[in-house]
Design a protein around this ligand. Structure first.
Ligand SMILES: [Zn+2]
Length: 510
């Protein structure tokens, strides 16, 4: 057995990362980083094609049927075996595999768009000529393309260099609503993965060594009694009144939650007309905090507030936490290794036209027209950030690390039409190609550098000592609540709601 000789390098280990190619401790296989980068370059036309195809499709969460079929076809064409389709109750989720045995390297794809964010790929607000109103404002078209590109490059290298192990691609549908990764986590589909890679477009270049928030999503519905609001209001009980009492309670609660908590909601149904006492009214609410423990605490309190609001208004309350996510767990050895690779890959080089496009977008957004970011962020000390991702659940089940690559100009946020526009241009494609390079370099290390993988696993075991995964999804829910009835295989949404009402009669929901 050939041992990896880190001792030949007299400078500190962190510098070695930039110099040493990945070694196969068992086989002695060596893959110079240049080979990895060249292989990604070779698949970059495919990355561009996929990025543009997904951008044009711009399908919403759970409805990304064509996008997922297209990605599955690309993987099958490349020689991946489709091991699961419609995975864990999510019709547009899938798992594909290449190779066999250990180690198992995972790469996660996303491909859903956001409602109302459709825009032509131009630096001003302009609806799409083809009438598509959704848009890739979070750049999941680029995630799908870049992560697929990394997988295709790693697969090529596995074939060329006879690298042992399994490369597994997870089709993480519906990230924007009820992300499939949490359903997959509930089904134990990450159990044998040695390490997982992912990435996200943003306006910075950075390793994702951060903690995102854990969160729960709640549906709260009040049922009152309808009546004519003028003739006999005393005969009615307003469900909207209950919503108002509930939300007032929520906003008083806000004063006493932890500083890391976030509560946001919309009124989904507030009645039909002012002269009809509303029989039904409902709220959708998200509760976030830095860990599942604190989120569950908050959710329990919110259920009590709903119960109190129902008592105060003589209505009935149904309060269901139907979906949730864990916070994102970092991994220090993976973060450090990825930082080295990010610095090697560097920032994309932009043409004058691309810079001009970026500056026009910034002018349209009213931010300083400085163009694209000009620096790579140093490795951060795991700061908490307010958003959430369904990668969180995966990160508690297998060592996970991701990278952020600039896909929109500085000062432009995701979930905007400006980001949609940028994600449909060569700026977005360059982001996906650069991300694919960072992921492929890290992936090859996972497959070949077994002392590194050992370190990664040790860090993971230390962080998760005594931890037991408990799914944030209510066991009664077999498939996403937002799935249209024609795509469901476990009964209609109404049936599901009825089952919660029945359960609520017996326990905590009323
Ligand atoms: Zn996103």
């Amino acid at each position: 057995m050939k041992k990896v000789q880190f001792t030949i390098c007299l400078i500190p280990l962190v510098m070695c990362i930039f110099i040493l190619p990945a070694f196969g401790a068992e086989t002695g296989t060596v893959v110079p980083p240049e080979d990895v980068l060249n292989t990604v370059e070779k698949v970059s036309p495919k990355i561009e094609e996929v990025a543009m195809r997904l951008w044009n499709l711009s399908e919403l969460s759970l409805l990304e049927v064509e996008s997922s079929t297209y990605l599955k076809d690309e993987l099958k064409k490349a020689g991946f075996k489709m091991t699961s389709e419609g995975t864990s109750g999510v019709p547009t989720a899938f798992i594909a595999e290449f190779g066999s045995g250990k180690p198992v390297l995972g790469i996660m794809l996303e491909y859903d768009a956001l409602p109302e964010l459709g825009n032509e790929a131009v630096p001003h607000k302009e609806s799409r000529k083809d009438g598509v109103t959704a848009g890739h404002g979070c750049g999941h078209n680029l995630i799908g393309a870049g992560a697929l590109g990394a997988a295709l490059a790693i697969q090529d290298l596995m074939k060329d260099k006879e690298i042992a192990g399994t490369l597994r691609v997870y089709g993480g549908a519906a990230e924007e609503t009820e992300g499939a990764k949490v359903y997959m986590a509930r089904d134990g589909l990450f159990g044998d993965v040695d390490a997982m890679l992912h990435w996200h477009p943003l306006n910075v270049a950075s390793v994702m060594n951060v903690r995102t928030s854990a969160q729960s999503q709640m549906y709260i519905e009040f049922t009152g009694k309808t009546a004519h609001a003028g003739f006999n209001p005393w005969a009615g009980r307003s469900a909207l009144d209950a919503v108002e009492v509930f939300l007032n309670g929520v906003n008083l609660m806000r004063e006493h939650v932890r500083p890391t908590a976030r509560i946001h909601y919309i009124i989904k149904n507030g009645g039909v007309a002012p002269n009809v006492v509303p029989e039904k009214a409902s709220v959708i609410l998200t509760y976030r905090d830095e860990s599942r423990y604190f989120v569950e605490d908050g959710v329990a309190w919110l259920k009590e507030i709903a119960n109190g609001a129902a008592m105060a208004t003589q209505t009935k309350a149904l309060a269901v936490d139907y979906y949730g996510m864990y916070d994102l767990l970092p991994n220090t050895p993976m973060a450090k290794r990825m930082q080295g690779h990010l610095e090697r890959v560097g920032l994309p080089q932009y043409t004058d036209d691309e810079i001009a496009f970026a500056k026009s977008l910034q002018e349209a957004a009213g931010v300083e027209p400085g163009g694209m970011t000009s620096q790579i962020q140093p490795l951060s000390g795991e700061p908490a950030v307010g958003g959430s991702t369904d990668v969180g659940d995966v990160s508690w089940l297998t060592p996970t690390m991701g990278v952020l690559m600039p896909a929109e100009p500085e000062g432009i946020g995701v979930h905007t039409w400006m980001a949609t526009a940028s994600h449909g241009t060569s700026i977005g494609v360059k982001s996906a190609v650069s991300a694919a390079k960072v992921l492929a370099l890290t992936g090859i290390d996972i497959l070949l550098d077994s002392p590194f993988l050992e370190e990664v696993k040790k860090d993971f075991e230390k962080r998760t000592a005594g931890f037991e995964y408990k799914s944030p999804i209510n066991p009664r829910i077999k498939e996403p609540v937002g799935l249209p009835d024609e795509m469901r295989s476990h009964g209609s949404v109404l049936d599901l709601k009825e089952s919660f009402y029945k359960q609520a009669d017996e326990d905590e929901y009323f």
